[in-house]
Design a protein. Structure first.
Length: 261
C-alpha cells in the first residue's frame, strides 16, 4: 500500500487523485480498508467479493489508474452505450477509434471500458449486443435526474473526442483536493504517523510551526480527514457509486472490528 516506508509523505504522489471521478475514488477508498486486504489474501476471494459490492476482488495494490474493479451493480454515473435502430444520422460504434489509453474487461454481463486521455478518465459500459460499425446511443440510469446525467454524458463525449482538456473537465470538481488530502491522511494513519506528522506532509513544516495547536484549525482539519476517510473506507464509498441511495451512503461493511492502523 501507499503507506509503506513513509511514501505517504510525498504529496506529489497523490496528485493523480485530482483527476479521478467518483467511480475511481470509490475504489481508492475501498482498497485502503485493512479488512478488504485480509479478504484479498484469503483462499475464497470470490466468496468475499459480494461483501464489498464487487463481482470479484481486485488487487488492493492497484490504484485507480491501473486497477479495474468490477462492481456488482453498475455505478449510476457510468456512461452506458447501447445499440439503437439504424439511423443514417447517428455515429457508428468503433472501439479502436476511441483515443487514449484503454483498459477493457468483461464482468459477465457487459464490456467495461476505461479510457484515459490527458489524465482524465471515462468509464464506459458497453452492451454486449453492440457490434462494431453499428449505430449506438446512450442509456441513462432511472435513479438520477435526466438533466444531470445528460451533462455528464456531454462532458464524457468531449473528453473522448479530444475537444476538451483534462484540466477543464476537472476544474468543476471542488472537492477533489479534499479527497486527495483525505486519502493521504488515511495512508498516514495506516503508517501509524501522528496527526502532526500528517499535517506537516499536507500543509508544510512552516505552516505547522506557526499554526499547529491542540484545538487549532489545522488539527481539526486533520481530524476531519481521518473521520471522513474512515467512513468512506468502511462503506460510504458506495455513496460515490450510487448517490441516489441514502441507505447505501449510510451503509457500513459488516464484519469483525479491526484496527485501521
Amino acid at each position: 500500500m501507499d503507506a509503506v516506508n513513509g511514501a505517504w509523505r510525498a504529496s506529489a504522489a497523490y496528485l493523480y487523485v485530482l483527476t479521478l471521478d467518483d467511480i475511481s475514488l470509490a475504489w481508492e477508498y475501498l482498497r485502503r480498508n485493512p479488512e478488504y486486504g485480509v479478504d484479498w489474501q484469503s483462499v475464497g476471494q470470490r466468496a468475499e467479493a459480494n461483501r464489498w459490492g464487487l463481482i470479484a476482488l481486485e488487487h488492493p495494490s492497484l490504484d485507480a489508474r491501473t486497477g479495474q474493479p468490477m462492481w456488482r451493480q453498475l455505478p449510476e454515473r457510468q456512461l452506458r452505450i447501447v445499440p439503437t435502430e439504424d439511423d443514417p444520422s447517428s455515429l457508428a460504434f468503433s472501439l479502436w477509434t476511441i483515443p487514449g489509453r484503454k483498459t477493457l474487461s468483461h464482468d459477465g454481463s457487459r464490456l467495461l471500458l476505461m479510457v484515459e486521455i490527458q489524465g482524465a478518465q471515462v468509464h464506459i459500459a458497453i452492451h454486449l449486443a453492440l457490434r462494431s460499425g453499428e449505430s449506438f446511443g446512450y442509456a441513462f440510469s432511472s435513479a438520477l435526474p435526466l438533466a444531470q446525467q445528460a451533462l455528464r454524458v456531454q462532458a464524457a463525449v468531449r473528453v473522448l473526442s479530444g475537444s476538451h482538456t483534462a484540466r477543464a473537465v476537472h476544474a468543476v470538481r471542488r472537492n477533489s483536493l479534499v479527497h486527495m488530502r483525505t486519502l493521504q491522511t488515511l495512508d498516514a494513519v495506516h503508517a501509524k504517523a501522528s496527526q502532526r506528522d500528517a499535517a506537516t506532509a499536507l500543509f508544510g513544516a512552516q505552516e505547522i510551526m506557526r499554526h499547529w495547536h491542540q484545538d487549532g484549525e489545522l488539527r481539526a482539519r486533520i481530524r476531519h480527514y481521518v473521520h471522513r476517510g474512515r467512513a468512506l473506507m468502511r462503506g460510504d464509498y458506495l455513496g460515490l457509486l450510487y448517490p441516489s441511495s441514502r441507505s447505501r451512503r449510510r451503509h457500513r461493511i459488516e464484519g469483525p472490528a479491526r484496527s485501521p492502523g
